[in-house]
Design a protein around this ligand. Sequence first.
Ligand code: ADP
Ligand code: ASP
Ligand code: MG
Length: 444
Amino acid sequence: MKQLRPGRVPAGSGRDHGVRALGRIVVKFGGTSVATVERIRQAARHVKREVDAGHEVAVVVSAMSGKTNELVGWVNEASKRHDAREYDAVVASGEQVTAGLMAIVLSEMGIPSRSYQGWQVPIRTDDAHGAARIVEIDPTELEQTFAEGVVPVITGFQGIAPSGRVTTLGRGGSDTSAVAVAAAVKADRCDIYTDVDGVYTTDPRITSKARRLTRISFEEMLEMASLGAKVLMIRSVEMAMAHKVRLTVRSTFDDPTAPQVAPDGTPGVPGTLVCDEDEIMEKQIVSGVTLARAESKITLRDVKDRPGIAASIFGALADESIVVDMIVQNVSEDGSTTDITFTVPDAEHDKAVKALQAAGEAGKFLYSKIQSAKGGAKVSVVGVGMRNHAGVAASMFKALADKSINIQLITTSEIKTSVLIDDEYAELAVRALHTYYGLDNEDA
Ligand code: ADP
Ligand code: ASP
Ligand code: MG
């Protein structure tokens, strides 16, 4: 976000001379948390607990689980021609339903509440329909609502473009809405309620030995989210890091009336805290293992080598807004030609191959052939401790070799190492690395 106007406390707002006696919390409920009216009631009980404790609370909701997929399906059924603006008009509707229902349920429990759609807040975005970025949230309306002792329930995932049309933020976008609202109203915390009770060392659906992390740094969470841990949307972590929003991930299924105890036994949020690295005492070399499926590998063979060749190849892909991930270049013995291999999501495979063929025909570069394969799996290990420890990549390759898993591509950065492997071995690789780096929960 370019700008977040500072929160304003209206005079006589019920707060003590503009000084907040108690905290302000933004709580976000994901699809499973609002999947039925009964689940919405359960979620509302968490809100009630916070309100009863004297906090000011703003709620952000997703659509009921499965709803957004259904809406996307209808859009695709209606026409092959993609109209991004009408796509947004349709898919944003799921959140409108849950925001209204949550406000009704809260009011029924004796907590004054009202719903807000993105444009009513307003949550201003750019005009990139389907993948819009939040530009600004004016907190004035929300401040007024807090001052009146009313709980605002805001639709996640959506906003309003400069043109006045409804936009959506991309799949999983409600996390980002919640963090943006938390930054705009200067909340003390943003609690993300979901179907797991925190961030785990790996997706708990892959291994029952995954261990819940008490804390994880913004940097590690950002890498994990980028590398396939979809528990939080990448943008939401970026935004929390930029605006120093204290973010927690916790379970919607916890007893809403139970005492609130953090994993370390102190009073607090019973989930994972995503925070600054300084707040984490014990830095692990590897904190987590992630898996991203449906990765395509594309190779351009015998590319005539000359300065600027990579720029023309990847420029052709960038022009089509295709995000390239792992890149490997091999130069022939005499240096005259090179093979370039890279990965893109399977969904972008056809578009990428077409863009390369077109750029080749236009004479932007010379090559002998394009080879490609869909359905690869990218397995990564992430940890801030890697900064000061050599040899993590080497030990990772050994752990995979011990299981006879062949590595096709490798990339590393300061705090992660990723490999592309055959999808057939994806879960085996995750489990093997999880054990190898001592992450297994032995009680499981
Ligand atoms: P919501 O609908 O609440 O936004 P999501 O499905 O987007 O929930 O995110 C929660 C899911 O993320 C979990 O059910 C879990 O399977 C998955 N997940 C992937 N990686 C991890 C991880 N490292 N820790 C926790 N959950 C993870
Ligand atoms: N409902 C949207 C989706 O399914 C946004 C979200 O749940 O975060 O992607
Ligand atoms: Mg989500």
